[in-house]
Design a protein around this ligand. Sequence first.
Ligand SMILES: [Zn+2]
Length: 58
Amino acid sequence: MTVPATTAEWTCTRCGSTNRLLVATGTATARDRCLHCAARHQLTPAARPVRWDARLRD
Ligand SMILES: [Zn+2]
């Protein structure tokens, strides 16, 4: 069975790089690591569906 997915696009707060993560539709929070500097972030959906808010986490 295929799970509907959406692209979460977020900006690294450490290096400013744009990252993209495929998440299941309806996901409230996600975790991802910056491809460029490897900083871990907590992601939450923003007003615009594709653009997610990113917070640095340790
Ligand atoms: Zn980064």
